[in-house]
Design a protein around this ligand. Structure first.
Ligand code: TYD
Length: 416
């Protein structure tokens, strides 16, 4: 790797070099690279943001891999801020608790454990827990709230260390982190080292079917190296000696998928066989194995850009005040690619204390606490964290009651 990034030459899963570039969102700063006021005049590093489709196995992946140290060392993403996310974690933990008969002797390891939000639910079932996360700042916060956390990237080396210290795991979880990982084979190697013989590995990530269907192009950014459909994912799983034994589609993050894996066992009947076949068929019907589908996706993004800019510019012309809601990474992708800056958005409000007082990467839009929305009463708030649109609109009923309007940008523009 050049110090800052590596150019992708081969598919991360099947190693084919038949990679077709279908998307170019231009060079962009890393979307969680919020900046302090005093740094705004300093040069900001920008990295190419583009996507390949693998013509062999259909994996969609970024064209470059930015050095993870640049993105994750001091990370500003906190799971615990959303009720929807907490409910999702609660259901994951509850299902695993019932299915795996967890008790006080069981060990649950969470890869990319962030602030420990998921493990807290397992802790409430009395299981032993350990989190694994490379972000030192967030690991500290997790430790302070009673979640033991190892500051590590998860791979075969750290898996051995963790096994030595805590023993073998009954359940390993990894929610919204697998897409961050360049070497997927190392993850499965690590799981193989750390997991009990009949343990399960549960992972969740955004599902490519939803991403394409709902035009969620702004979830494509440097942190997310891969955009999975089940076809390439299942290929990886099988190559690593595992099998999918449960699959569930989830509404969270614009449409995700929760997959449970176990070691391949020819003697056990597989309860997920039918669901897997159904979804593989769905992916085929949706054209996910054809490059034309992706070309069409790119065209639609450019159309949306024109429509949204036309709307926002005409509102500004009419003297309306517009702000952003949710300084999500995806919002930073959207504002950067569409060129939406402080001429259009006065500010963005966000619940994350660490983002408040900072400026968004690239577009330099100031971020404030959520209560500024009612204080300033703009005419419109565009929900950049559209995956939490319902939660946000419920929370901000007073804004609507006073005549404020919300704009949801995707999959087509809605004014509420
Ligand atoms: P999110 O969509 O989770 O992630 P990403 O950064 O990967 O795109 O980001 C949601 C943002 O929205 C996060 O910064 C917190 C913020 N937020 C609020 O400000 N208020 C809320 O009520 C909720 C649910 C989220």
């Amino acid at each position: 790797m050049n110090k800052d990034f590596r150019v992708v030459k081969k598919c991360r899963i099947c190693k084919s070099s038949k990679l077709y570039k279908f998307l170019d969102l231009n060079k962009m700063p890393i979307p969680n690279g919020f900046r302090k006021k005093e740094d705004l005049n300093k040069k900001e590093h920008k990295y190419e943001l583009g996507c390949f489709f693998c013509e062999n196995c259909s994996l969609v992946q970024l064209t470059i891999v930015v050095n993870p140290e640049i993105m994750f060392k001091n990370y500003l993403y906190f799971s615990a801020l959303s009720k929807v996310m907490m409910n999702n974690f609660s259901s994951l933990a509850h299902e695993a608790y019932l299915a795996e008969n967890l008790d006080e002797n069981s060990l649950v390891c969470d890869i990319g454990s962030n602030d420990g939000s998921l493990l807290k639910f397992f802790k409430s079932y009395d299981s032993k827990i350990v989190g694994i996360d490379p972000a030192e700042n967030i690991a500290k916060i997790a430790e302070l709230s009673g979640i033991p956390t190892e500051v590590e990237y998860f791979n075969s080396i750290s898996a051995k260390k963790i096994r030595k210290k805590y023993g073998l795991a009954d359940v390993i979880t990894a929610t919204n982190v697998i897409a961050h990982t360049d070497n997927l084979y190392e993850v499965f190697k690590g799981v193989d080292i750390l997991l009990k013989k009949d343990g399960v590995f549960i992972t969740e990530f955004p599902y490519l079917v939803d991403l394409i269907d709902k035009l969620e192009f702004d979830t494509i950014y440097h942190e997310h190296l891969s955009y999975f459909s089940l076809k390439p994912w299942n290929l990886l799983v099988e190559k690593c000696g595992f099998e999918i034994c449960d699959i569930r589609r989830l509404a969270i993050h614009g449409g995700s998928i929760r997959i449970t894996h176990r070691r391949k066992n020819r003697n056990l009947k597989n309860p997920a066989k039918k669901t897997l076949e159904f979804l593989l068929d769905l992916e085929e019907k949706k054209g996910l194995s054809k490059k034309e589908t992706y070309d069409e996706f790119s065209l639609k993004i450019n159309k949306l850009k024109e429509e949204l800019l036309t709307l926002l510019r005409s509102l500004k012309k009419d003297g309306k005040k517009i702000v952003g809601y949710g300084a999500a990474a995806k919002g930073n992708v959207l504002t950067n690619f569409f060129g939406i800056d402080t001429k259009i958005l006065d500010f963005i409000v966000d619940a994350t204390p660490y983002k408040q007082g900072l400026f968004t990467p690239g577009m330099k839009i100031p971020v404030y606490a959520e209560n500024r929305l009612l204080k300033k009463m703009p005419d419109y708030a565009i929900i950049l964290a559209w995956n939490f649109a319902n939660e946000i609109m419920e929370k901000q009923e007073t804004f609507s009651a006073k005549g404020g309007r919300f704009i949801i940008p995707l999959p087509e523009i809605k004014i509420i």
